[in-house]
Design a protein around this ligand. Structure first.
Ligand code: NDP
Length: 483
C-alpha cells in the first residue's frame, strides 16, 4: 500500500472541510508521517453541532421510513465489504495492529452496521393496561444530536458500536475520532454519503480531545454523549455533561481477571490467556491483564505461556506474518515502559520481555516485547492499574473464595474469564464476579448483539445489543382517553 503523505479534510454537513491548523499522523510501526489531518477549532465544533441540530429538525432522517433508514446502514456495510482489504490496511497503517486483527475489526464493523440496519424498524414502544377507556402506550423517540468521542484502540469498530445504533434510532451524529487514528472513520463518512445518508446527519470532525472533544461534550445543544476511553477523561466528561443534564454512556478502563482452574483444558486456556493480553498489543479495555493460576497448575501453565509468548512474531502490522504490532504512539510506548520499570522496582518477577525488541528494523516503531510478570501482588502498580500494553501480570491462588476476592479487589469491573469444566463452579463465579461481561472457557468475545458495559469505574450503560437503544432514545408515555 502506498504511504505518501496525504492531507485530509473533515466531514461537515456532507462537505469535506479543511482547517487552518493540522496535525501529523504517524505510522506506529515505523514512525513515518503518513498524513495531515485538520485540527478542528472550538468554532468548527460549534458549527458541527448546529449542522447536526438542523439536520435533526429537518426530519429527513428521523421521519424517514424506518426500513429505509435501516437499508442505508446496510448499504454502508455493503460498501465496507467492497473495500474490505483497503479499509483493513488503512486501519493497520494508522493504528499499528496486525492486519488479521484489523480484518477481524472490519468484519465486526460490517456485522454491526447490518445488525443496526436490521434493528432500525424494530425499535418499539409498548402498550400498558390501565383502564378500559384509556389507551396508554409508549413511543421511543430519537434523542436528537448525539456526540461520540472515539478512542484509538479500535478506531473503526468502536466508532460504529456507538454511531450505528444512534443513526438506527433516527438521531444525528457528531463524531470526534481520536487524533491519532481518524482515517477509517473518515472513510466511513464517505461511504455513508454514498449510501444515501442525508447531509448533516453524520459529521466526523477531527481534532484534539482537549479542544474539539471538550467543545463537543460541553455544548448544551448535544442531547446524548457516548465516550470510550480512560476513566479519568470519562469522569471529566460526566462532570461537564452534568452541567447540561446530558445523558452519558461511558465505557472506560479495565483490569480484568482471567482465572484458570486445574480441571480446565489447560492447553486452550494458556493459548487464550496469551491472546487475551497480547491482541492489539494489550491496548484493550477488556484485556485479560490479570491472570489467576491455581496453585496446582501454576508452574505448568506459566511455563507453557512463557514458551508461547517467546514465539510470538513481532513486526509491522502490514506484514501478514506479524502477530504483535507496535503501541499506537511513542507516548503510549513510554507510558507502558514506565509501568514495566515500576513493576521491576516494586519486586515483580519479570519472566520474559520488558523492553523494546533487539531487531534494529523495529527501532523506529513503538514496539515493546510481550511481557510477563509472575508472582504479582495487587498492591504493586502493575497489579492494580490499567497498563494498556502487552504486559501480563500473573497471580497465584488456591481457594475459590480467595480468587473471587482478589478478582473483585479492583476499582474496575468490565470483563472476566473463567476456565473450568465444573458447571457449579462456573455458575458460582458468574454470580460473584463483579464484571459486566463474563466469558467461560473463552475470552475476547463480543458480538454486535451482546450488551457490553462495566461495573464500578469501568463505566455506565451498555453498548451493543438492543439494550443500547435505550441510550439513543427517550420514551414518551401517551394516554388517549376514548370515553
Ligand atoms: P483518553 O480517555 O484521554 O482519550 C479517549 C478519547 O477521548 C480520545 O478521542 C480523546 O481525544 C478524547 N478526549 C480526551 N480528553 C477529552 C476531553 N476533555 N473531552 C472530550 N474528549 C476528550 O485516553 P488517552 O488516549 O489519553 O489514553 C490514556 C489511557 O486511557 C490509556 O493508556 C488507557 O488506559 C485508557 N484508554 C482506554 C480505552 C478503552 O477502550 N476503554 C481507549 C483509549 C484509552 P484525543 O485522543 O484526540 O486527544
Amino acid at each position: 500500500m502506498a504511504t505518501q503523505v496525504q492531507t485530509y479534510k473533515f466531514f461537515l454537513n456532507g462537505k469535506w472541510t479543511a482547517s487552518s491548523e493540522t496535525f501529523e499522523l504517524v505510522n506506529p510501526a515505523s514512525g513515518a508521517i503518513i498524513g495531515r489531518v485538520p485540527r478542528a477549532s472550538v468554532e468548527d465544533m460549534k458549527e458541527a453541532v448546529e449542522v447536526a441540530r438542523k439536520a435533526f429538525e429537518a426530519q429527513a432522517w428521523r421521519d424517514m421510513e424506518q426500513t429505509k433508514r435501516g437499508k442505508i446502514l446496510m448499504q454502508i456495510a455493503a460498501l465496507l465489504r467492497d473495500h474490505f482489504n483497503e479499509i483493513s490496511e488503512l486501519e493497520t497503517l494508522n493504528q499499528g495492529k496486525p492486519l488479521r486483527e484489523s480484518k477481524a475489526d472490519v468484519a465486526w464493523t460490517i456485522r454491526a452496521f447490518e445488525y443496526w440496519g436490521g434493528a432500525a424498524d424494530k425499535i418499539e414502544g409498548e402498550t400498558i393496561p390501565v383502564t378500559a377507556n384509556r389507551l396508554t402506550y409508549t413511543l421511543r423517540e430519537p434523542l436528537g444530536v448525539t456526540a461520540h468521542i472515539i478512542p484509538w484502540n479500535y478506531p473503526l469498530a468502536l466508532a460504529t458500536r456507538s454511531l450505528a445504533p444512534a443513526l438506527a434510532a433516527g438521531n444525528t451524529v457528531v463524531a470526534k475520532p481520536a487524533e491519532l487514528t481518524p482515517l477509517t472513520l473518515l472513510r466511513v463518512a464517505e461511504f455513508a454519503q454514498k449510501a444515501g445518508l442525508p447531509d448533516g446527519v453524520l459529521n466526523v470532525i477531527t481534532g484534539s480531545g482537549a479542544e474539539a472533544g471538550r467543545a463537543l461534550v460541553s455544548n448544551s445543544d448535544v442531547d446524548g454523549i457516548t465516550f470510550t476511553g480512560s476513566t479519568e477523561t470519562g469522569r471529566q466528561i460526566m462532570e461537564t455533561a452534568a452541567k447540561n443534564v446530558t445523558p452519558v454512556l461511558l465505557e472506560l478502563g479495565g483490569k480484568n481477571p482471567n482465572i484458570i482452574f486445574p480441571d480446565a483444558d489447560l492447553q486452550k486456556a494458556a493459548q487464550m490467556a496469551k491472546y487475551a493480553i497480547f491482541t492489539n498489543a494489550g491496548q484493550m479495555c477488556w484485556a485479560g491483564s490479570r491472570l489467576f493460576l491455581h496453585d496446582l497448575i501454576y508452574e505448568k501453565v506459566l511455563a507453557e505461556l512463557k514458551k508461547q509468548t517467546e514465539q510470538i512474531r513481532m513486526g509491522p502490522g502490514l506484514d501478514e506474518k506479524s502477530e504483535l504490532g507496535p503501541m499506537v504512539s511513542k507516548d503510549q510506548q513510554e507510558r507502558v515502559i514506565g509501568y514495566i520499570k515500576s513493576g521491576v522496582e516494586e519486586g515483580g518477577n519479570l519472566i520474559t520481555g520488558g523492553q523494546p525488541p533487539e531487531d534494529p528494523t523495529l527501532h523506529k516503531g513503538f514496539f515493546i516485547k510481550p511481557t510477563i510478570f509472575a508472582e504479582v501482588n495487587p498492591k504493586m502498580r502493575i497489579g492494580c492499574e490499567e497498563i494498556f500494553g502487552p504486559v501480563l501480570t500473573v497471580f497465584r491462588f488456591s481457594a475459590v473464595e480467595d480468587v473471587i476476592r482478589m478478582a473483585n479487589d479492583t476499582r474496575f469491573g468490565l470483563y472476566a474469564g473463567v476456565w473450568t469444566r465444573d458447571l457449579t463452579l462456573a455458575h458460582r463465579l458468574i454470580r460473584e464476579l463483579q464484571a459486566g461481561v463474563v466469558a467461560v472457557n473463552d475470552y475476547l468475545v463480543a458480538y454486535p448483539q451482546t450488551p457490553f458495559g462495566g461495573y464500578k469505574d469501568s463505566g455506565i450503560g451498555y453498548e451493543s445489543g438492543l439494550q443500547a437503544i435505550s441510550h439513543y432514545t427517550r420514551i414518551k408515555s401517551v394516554t388517549v382517553n376514548a370515553s
